[in-house]
Write a protein that binds this ligand. Sequence first.
Ligand code: ZN
Length: 413
Amino acid sequence: MLRADTVIAGDDLVPLENCFVVVEDGVIVSVGPDCDELAVDVELGELTVVPGFIDTHVHLSSDASPHLDLNSSLDLATLLLRRDSSDDLTTLLLQIVSNVQRFLRVGVTTVRDLGGPFTLGSEVRDAINRGEIFGPRLLVANRPITVTGGHGHRIGIECDDTVALRRAVRQLVKDGSDWVKVMASGGFANFRRSEGKAPYFPLFTLNEMRTIVDEAHRYDLPVAAHCQNREAIAVAFEAGVDTIEHCTFAASPHAVLDEDLVRAIAERGTPVVPTVNNYWLTIGVPWAPRDIALANLRRLHELGVRLVAGTDMGLPTTTPEMYAEGLKVFDAIGMDPRQTLASATTLAADAIGLAEVTGSIRPGLAADLVALAGNPLTDVDAYSRPRVVVARGQVLSFGASVRTPTGSDRARR
Ligand SMILES: [Zn+2]
């Protein structure tokens, strides 16, 4: 059992004072003020306990090296796989394991990997689930679906007709994927001739996108679509994808929202992962000057789009440790602090189909918790100060002495 002065609990993220969280076999069995203090195993004192964070968009096989030049003719996967030997597989596998464990250290207890080489993601996921490696809960897409020479093609499955698309989805099912990732548009990470003007055009027709979604849903696999430009967003949305990634409305010379489309997305409730990260408030993003990018994001929020936290970890300098920087972007556009916390917890869990598994501190869900120095409902910087992380009931402490109360502590209370 854990105790803390403040626990932000339940699906409404309500702060409870002097709160006890009882955990059995990795699952929360009760939350509330009435408990036997003698039974407290982990005393968290002044730390604020929130649900474990979720990063809904990462690329675990990347080392996020600042030296990756994403505007060169080489793309990320080319750089990762350029030596084309078994050494690279070992390197990639170790990179994935290292990244998942680094995520845990910053309080991220659930990660959705949206595109990686081969079946490495699902192999690491299975090893975690078997208890062979300690790590966060992992959902994986494995190889992304793209067109010949399209965005992510070095690691992806290249498809140019509906037969190939059906086969690709079935292969991903066979590979143990939890999600299907489709590149609905080109990307800023690799301008390639075969994509035309890369981010500004869709890669698939509506009929092709429908084929992907229908086939994936037939196997109960949800679909996440990488969408930069308006057409790609429209195609993915009309085809019924389950999450829209980026959703930047990229155009030349800079991104312009289609508010009618945004309203339709908001109305249907399709979650959008705008991949907020350490770029937005510093050097900026490639689809618009910083102020315009932030104004567009604010408009998505104002129009009622369900925005969810996901960093695109794996981009140069976007390491797992940058997770909190993304939440600061939501804060910067004026999002209510409770909504910001929801974007990283309850809403994120719901977006990726885990609302009955994690994302909230309530009985029946996994004991995925973070104890922060500071209260994120009053201080967004508190997200950068995780001190104790609990993942499926296992307690990890970083820079905080987790003490088991002694008899004299108990007498004092
Ligand atoms: Zn990505």
